[in-house]
Design a protein around this ligand. Structure first.
Ligand code: SLL
Length: 215
C-alpha cells in the first residue's frame, strides 16, 4: 500500500455542497445564433457552500443532458463545475462527481430536474417579471474512514478547513454502523408484525361486514 492510501478508522468527514440550476427567459435582443424555438438560458451547477472550492478533492463533474442536446455528456474538469445552455424544455440532468485518485472513493451521482418556469406561490408574478428561476438543493459528501491522503487534503491544505468544519468530524465505526443496522432491522420486523396483525383484523372485519350484508 502506498503512503497515504491507508484508511483512518472510526472517522467520518463531510463536505457540504449545493447543486441545481438557474434559468432566465431569453429576451427580444437574443443572439441570432440561438435557435428560434429556445425560450430560456440556463446554468446547471455543483458548487461548495460559502464559496468553498471543491476542486481539492473533486476531480471532474460530468453533467448528462437530454439527448436533444449536441454532445449531451459534458465533462467539466475544473471549477466552476457548471454547464450553461439555452433550450425550451425541462428535463432530468444526472450529475456524476469523480474524486481525486488519492481519495480512493467511488464516484457519486445526483439527479437534478432542470427548472425553467417559476413555481410556487409567486409563480405568476415572477413569470410576468421575467424573473430568474433558481432550483437547488443542499447535500453533503460523506467520507467514511477516508484515506490519509484525502483527510490531509480536506483538513491540512491552507484554506481547506474552516473552524466551523471541525464539527463535521464525527466518530464513525463499522461497529456503530452495525448496531444501527440491528436497530433498523428490529424496527422493520416490528412494523411487519404490526402490518400482519392489522391485515388480519381488516380481513375479520370484512368477513363480519359481508355476513351482516347478507342478512
Ligand atoms: C419536454 N421531456 O418535452 C422534455 C424534454 C428537452 C429539452 C425536454 C433542447 C434544445 C436544443 C431542449 O431544450 N431540450 O438542443 O435544441 O419538455
Amino acid at each position: 500500500m502506498s503512503s497515504g492510501s491507508k484508511r483512518l478508522k472510526n472517522l467520518q468527514i463531510c463536505r457540504p455542497f449545493v447543486f441545481g440550476n438557474m434559468a432566465v427567459p431569453l429576451k427580444e435582443d437574443r443572439s441570432p445564433d440561438i435557435p428560434t424555438d429556445h425560450t430560456h438560458s440556463w446554468t446547471v451547477f455543483l458548487k461548495g457552500v460559502n464559496g468553498d472550492d471543491l476542486s481539492s478533492f473533486v476531480k471532474r463533474v460530468v453533467f448528462k443532458l437530454h439527448e436533444t442536446y449536441a454532445n449531451s455528456t459534458r465533462s467539466i474538469e475544473e471549477p466552476p463545475f457548471e454547464v450553461t445552455e439555452t433550450g425550451w424544455g425541462e428535463f432530468e440532468i444526472s450529475i456524476r462527481v469523480y474524486f481525486v485518485p488519492e481519495a480512493s472513493e467511488k464516484n457519486v451521482v445526483m439527479y437534478h430536474h432542470l427548472k425553467l418556469h417559476p413555481y410556487g406561490p409567486e409563480a405568476e408574478q415572477q413569470k410576468t417579471n421575467g424573473a430568474t428561476v433558481t432550483s437547488m438543493q443542499y447535500d453533503e459528501f460523506v467520507f467514511n474512514e477516508p484515506t490519509e491522503s484525502l483527510f490531509e487534503i480536506l483538513t491540512k491544505k491552507p484554506g481547506a478547513v474552516l473552524p466551523s468544519q471541525k464539527s463535521m468530524l464525527v466518530p464513525f465505526s463499522v461497529e456503530s454502523e452495525n448496531e444501527e443496522l440491528d436497530r433498523l432491522s428490529d424496527a422493520h420486523a416490528k412494523v411487519q408484525a404490526n402490518i400482519r396483525r392489522l391485515t388480519e383484523r381488516i380481513h375479520v372485519l370484512e368477513q363480519e361486514n359481508a355476513a351482516l350484508q347478507s342478512l
